[in-house]
Design a protein around this ligand. Structure first.
Ligand code: AGP
Length: 608
């Protein structure tokens, strides 16, 4: 959570920091601040609320003079979102300022130690210990102070540090939180995410855990934890600037929903060569795939639900058992995983703390790891044995849309690839399935086009206090994601239920006019789901059915209908979710919610 940014050069730093913070605001948005070095003093401005408040406070940066600075946008963990708890934090002697993304797990012990030594704490944050440690260890050499401080910290951090005695330098350090250096000409940058850098430079250095760096206007030197300089590659940022902007849409979420045909195409097309699926960025050989006896998929939130959808395709095509596990549970479950398990890790950001921890746990037990990740150079991509990137481009809205569909699409490719390699699929079935996967971008576009009127349903649903989503099998998997989408952006209670399970208790909650969204895109189970629709309808529910255009059977049962193009059941999730993303979006809009930045959330969940 939290976003950090820094600039050193000859331009005014504050406007550049504010611009960077706006790009990082999706990472956290309860308070923000900047620290600018000016005339051997540190000028700190911080404020509760959005970056807009910080822009107002600083007159868009015009009233903060200085060409060196650091900035922060916060998602509160330790201490409420207040001006005092906002970063940057200042040392008692006023010489050092620090911004931090991550969690210092041993901060209580460090705080007590520092208080005993006479340091005065202003905030309730874990971060403040860092700035006091730096002051304590500083003996005229900021590099040494950063090394000594880092060695005392347990947990995760990406840090930016400025010092009035060394005004031509910024120090940064990374441990388990993203940190990227932007290489300019006569000026340099750092940020939590390339989106904050891309307007200024396309040359980036990805920091790794344990590394720290000295940044001056003309140089960047990266060091190992002992302080020895190390060579780092400069990577080219390929994301374009427009893809991180709204491009005429009212919200990033709507833009990202509309981008899905292109995102899924960009993800699958380069990996399909003629009749072959080529995953040449992996070492998943036929021999290895034949040696595994199970696949475990782990992730959090929507990425977990993408795994739930992908499981059906993998099991059907490969006949290998697939377990989908919440990363926050898997990591503490003493999992039955060994070298015959393939662990698939799904993450849009590549930085989700629980997912990283579960992955490390399973790696230690011998599993090979395959990451399906959107952010190049992210922690999960770095740790994994193999990474398949989803080429969705930057996803800014907190609620994922194209992140989810591209993850699902990669799982479909993986399922088909593996089935072919291990010989669990006939040639005809393979080529039909491949044709379906190739057609997904077109079908997703059709699903968007078929649902241009969905905003009208939103008017009916926005005032309700609870919605049920029901479905069976693949429909159930999609209903999980649909319910999460609705609750996270509209704040309406939503619950997904396996349609056949309702009558075992939860049907007690069905009452007159309770909205029930019934997902009916699984032809084989259509009649079964219809029986469940009848059950809830008999108890007064209002039914919104999601099904195929020509499926007239449902019409007499449903109050409202939403259509999608028919797709082979095991590949339907990427298409079926589209109208439900749109429904959530428009319901949230009717409710006047802050769609791209829902309350209490952050895009990248880097805490347990
Ligand atoms: C979904 O809309 C949420 N933003 C959330 O559930 C998200 O999918 C989850 O936090 C996992 O994030 P990741 O894909 O970046 O690991």
């Amino acid at each position: 959570m939290c976003g950090i940014v820094g600039f050193i050069g000859s331009q005014q730093a504050a406007p550049i920091l504010l611009d960077g913070l706006k790009k990082l605001e999706y990472r956290g948005y309860d308070s923000a601040g900047i620290a600018i070095l000016n005339d051997s003093k540190i000028d700190i401005r911080k404020v509760t609320g959005r970056i807009a408040n910080l822009c107002e406070l600083t007159d868009d940066g015009k009233n903060c003079n200085g060409t060196v600075g650091i900035g922060h946008t916060r998602w509160a963990t330790h201490g409420a979102p207040t001006d005092t708890n906002a970063h940057p934090h200042l040392s008692n002697d006023g010489k050092f300022a620090v911004v931090h993304n991550g969690i210092i797990e041993n901060y209580i012990a460090l705080r007590e130690e520092l208080i005993q030594k006479g340091y005065d704490f202003q905030s309730e944050t874990d971060t403040e210990v860092i700035v006091h440690l730096i002051e304590m260890y500083y003996k005229g050499d900021l590099k040494k102070a950063v090394i000594k401080t880092s060695a005392r910290l347990h947990g995760s951090y990406a840090l930016g540090v400025v010092c009035t005695d060394e005004p031509e330098k910024i120090y940064v350090a990374r441990e388990a939180s993203p940190l990227i250096l932007g290489v300019g000409v006569g000026e340099n940058y750092f940020a939590s995410d390339v989106t904050a850098l891309v307007s200024y430079t396309r040359n980036a250095i990805y920091m790794e855990d344990g590394e720290f760096a000295e940044i001056t206007p003309d140089s960047i030197t990266v060091f190992d934890p002992a302080g020895k300089p190390i060579e780092k590659n400069i990577s080219r940022i390929t994301w374009d600037i427009q893809s991180a902007e709204k491009g005429g849409y009212e919200h990033f979420m709507l833009k990202e929903i509309m981008e899905q045909p292109r995102a899924v195409k960009a993800t699958i097309a380069p990996r399909i060569k003629g009749d072959d699926i080529v995953l040449d960025d992996t070492d998943l050989t036929a021999e290895y795939l034949k040696s595994i006896n199970k696949i475990v998929i782990t992730a959090c939130g929507s990425a977990y639900y993408a795994g739930c959808a992908g499981k059906y395709a993998i099991e059907k095509l490969c006949r290998i058992p697939v377990q989908v596990e919440l990363a926050s549970e898997l990591r503490y479950s003493d999992p039955l995983i060994d070298e015959h398990t393939l662990l698939i890790v799904l993450s849009q950001s590549g930085e989700t703390a629980d997912t990283i921890a579960a992955m490390k746990e399973c790696k230690n037990r011998g599993a090979k790891t395959l990451a399906i990740v959107n952010v190049v150079g992210s922690t999960i991509a770095n740790i994994a044995d193999n990474t398949l990137y989803t080429w969705a481009g930057p996803e800014i809205a907190v609620a994922t849309t194209k992140g989810y569909t591209t993850q699902v699409a990669v799982l479909y490719l993986f399922a088909l690839y593996t089935a072919k390699k291990i010989g669990s699929i006939e040639d005809k079935e393979y080529s039909d399935a491949l044709k379906t996967v190739k057609s997904l971008p077109k079908k997703i576009q059709e699903a968007i086009d078929m649902n241009t009127g969905i905003a009208n349903f939103a008017k009916k649903y926005h005032g309700v206090d609870s919605v049920f989503f029901i479905g069976r099998n693949t429909d159930y998997a999609v209903s999980l994601e649909a319910a999460l989408k609705l609750k996270e952006i509209s704040y309406i209670h939503a619950e997904s239920y396996a349609a056949g399970e309702l009558k075992h208790g939860t049907i007690a909650l069905i009452e007159e006019h309770r909205p029930v969204v019934a997902l009916c895109c699984n032809r084989a189970l259509m009649e079964k789901t219809m029986s469940n629709i009848v059950e809830v309808k008999a108890r007064g529910a209002d039914i919104l059915a999601v099904t195929f255009k020509d499926n007239q059977k449902i019409v007499p049962l449903a109050d409202d209908m939403v259509f999608v193009p028919e797709t082979d059941t095991i590949f339907t999730a990427a298409v079926e979710i589209i109208p439900l993303q749109l429904l959530s979006y428009y319901v949230a809009k009717e409710n006047g919610c802050d769609i791209d930045k829902p309350k209490n959330l952050a895009k990248s969940v880097t805490v347990e």
